[in-house]
Write a protein that binds this ligand. Sequence first.
Ligand code: 0GY
Length: 296
Amino acid sequence: MSTFTMDADWLVYCQNPTKPRFTLPAGSIDAHCHVFGPGDQFPYAPERKYTPCDAPAEKLFALRDFLGFERNVIVQATCHGADNRAVVDALHKAHGRARGIATVRANVTDQELAELDAAGVRGLRFNFVKRLVDTTPPEVLAQLAARIAPMGWHTVIYFEAADLPSLYDFLKSLPTIVVVDHMGRPDVSKSVDGPEFALFVQLMRECPNIWSKVTCPERLTKTGPSQYADVVPFARHLVETFPDRVLWGTDWPHPNLKAHMPDDGYLVDFIPSIAPTAELQHKLLVANPDRLYFSR
Ligand code: 0GY
């Protein structure tokens, strides 16, 4: 019996995804996914804002193989706070086929960072989404970024589009590669050419060290799962404009979706609509994440 009871409105990940029609290029990397617990082994953090279902490494690797991915980038989820043991355990079990993104507090020691590096962690996640975390002051995050830059690590940033104006200068100032989760969460009911998304595109234009995950159509869509048509123009614009600085991932096990749980096979079938050529697909799924995560 688990010590943790998932939230009453929690949606469990799809148990029987369909086989994608789109064949992923050899060496493809799912560059944004999580593991949750299992809570009995890796307790959820006391400061968490949600209690998920368990989603252990074995299930993630089964999905990886079923969909046709070769490797994963496992991102620390907020339900584990700054306790990275579940991610580190998954990296160990992946036998070199995964890298990780950790969350740490300001008092993390150099020795702890070195141990995370040895386990396969290659970056830190800074989260500005208020429903997920109590925000850490940017100056504290800037100090952490300065410490990880010499390690060759990067920063992964999660924020919502409405907060980009206030974060703009902070993002520009970071001394690492900066990977923005889910395209900065644009409001896709607005125009892809409108001022809100234009600001994000401008940030990427101004800063060659800023990358974007073109992920989470299921999270961003306003019109529903049918082709995620409203999300396509945003993701495709970034893929075509910045083909060497985009990443793709499933976001399995899809935390905090309240209305619709995607079929992961169907999410893979979304890829050709945002990366329509074999060359763009290879950059998005293989070359870019391989360069960022697996060069050592
Ligand atoms: C995502 C999105 C979400 C959650 C987290 O770490 C997390 O809890 O990332 C979200 O709720 O939008 O990328 O998985």
